[in-house]
Design a protein around this ligand. Structure first.
Ligand code: ADP
Ligand code: MG
Length: 336
């Protein structure tokens, strides 16, 4: 396998396989490497959670998979296809198979289209007439919990955030995609609504046999939802592994710090420990060596000059760290 940060890739069985992805943005202040040699794969039916602080490259990674942003280098294989190589026409066809839902549901919907039309628009099934489409759209709206007549003619701005996200989900499912990329789909919603939308996604995931990439900025939301988790920092992958394992026993000090910053109101996750301190360095000038070295509580001399590569630190758990944490670093649970 190409590149040195790819130890955690699992080969040809994956539905989606991203290798050494680089996405650069050229700005007036310089070049930002928003995604810097990122590799990951997702097996069919699996859910991969991508977590990390704001600005670490999660959205850029998700958008690159659908080629919504340019790709500076690297490979993205989806089934038999190489996304970075296909022509425009084929890309359009492939995008039916890969749908995305976004953080701001109202903004992601056409403001002038009533709810039902938004979903009908997604249903471009060749040969089906408008009655069939209408029935299919009603069926989808029913499945996302918007079966009531009163919703069909509403405009996006007349909906609550949760309702609008349900419409966006119905639209995404209209073409029976194989891959669903969810970019912080509940971050903008009220806490009480978040659980409802997550439950809905969970239900539809098994019903439609979906493979999912689920982006979130904290580990709390992804734990129950994801089979695997990838932690990103400043455009790079720090850790990749089984979600429960990574949650219970993170190997990268950054994963541990992220976990510690999960609010103590989560009864399963009440660690005593300092939350993440300091600011993320500028992506215009990332630190040499390990990118996390300026904030890492375990930093040593080697980290300042030598970039750690991904390696298996425990069976199935991979981290890019010279001095990964082990069980003895686990902090005791604090009764909350
Ligand atoms: P996340 O989704 O993890 O918050 P993003 O992928 O949105 O992070 O951004 C990663 C980095 O790329 C950030 O430093 C961000 O400022 C930069 N970035 C994202 N989009 C653009 C753009 N269109 N032009 C310039 N820089 C961008
Ligand atoms: Mg984002």
């Amino acid at each position: 396998m190409a590149g040195s940060g790819t130890a955690h890739l699992r080969g040809d069985d994956a539905l989606l396989s991203v290798t050494d992805l680089v996405v650069e943005y050229h700005t007036n202040s310089g070049t930002v490497q928003a995604v810097s040699t990122v590799s990951f794969d997702v097996l069919p039916g699996e859910t991969l959670g991508i977590v990390g602080e704001s600005g670490c490259g999660k959205s850029t990674t998700g958008r690159a998979v659908l080629r919504l942003d340019h790709i500076s280098s690297g490979q993205i294989r989806f089934g038999e296809h190489r996304i970075e190589r296909v022509g425009k026409k084929q890309l359009r066809e492939l995008r039916r198979d890969m749908q995305m839902i976004f953080q701001d549901p109202v903004a992601s919907l056409n403001p002038r289209r009533p709810v039902k039309e938004v979903v009908v628009e997604g249903l471009s099934i060749a040969g089906s007439n408008s009655d069939e489409k209408s029935t299919a759209a009603e069926g989808l709206l029913n499945q996302v919990g918007l079966g009531s007549e009163r919703f069909v003619d509403m405009l996006p701005r007349q909906l609550s955030g949760g309702q609008a996200q349900r419409v966006a989900i119905a639209r995404a499912l209209a073409l029976h995609p194989r891959l669903l990329i969810c970019d912080e789909p509940v971050s903008a919603l009220d806490v009480s609504v978040q659980a409802q939308i997550l439950n809905l996604l969970e239900e539809l995931k098994s019903k439609y046999d979906l493979t999912v990439v689920f982006i979130a900025h904290d580990l709390g939301v992804v734990r129950s939802f994801s089979d695997k988790v990838m932690v990103m920092y400043l455009g790079k992958v720090c850790e990749f592994g089984d979600s429960i394992e990574l949650y219970d026993n993170p190997a990268h000090p950054y994963s541990r710090a992220l976990l510690d910053s999960v609010p103590l109101t989560d009864p399963d996750r009440a660690f005593a420990g300092p939350a993440l301190e300091g600011d993320v360095p500028s992506p215009l000038a990332p630190p040499p060596g390990c990118r996390f070295q300026t904030r890492c509580p375990k930093v040593q001399l080697r980290c300042e000059s030598e970039e750690p590569q991904m390696r298996e630190v425990r069976p199935g758990q991979f981290a890019a760290c010279h001095y990964p944490l082990d069980e003895t670093d686990a902090r005791p649970l604090v009764a909350s």
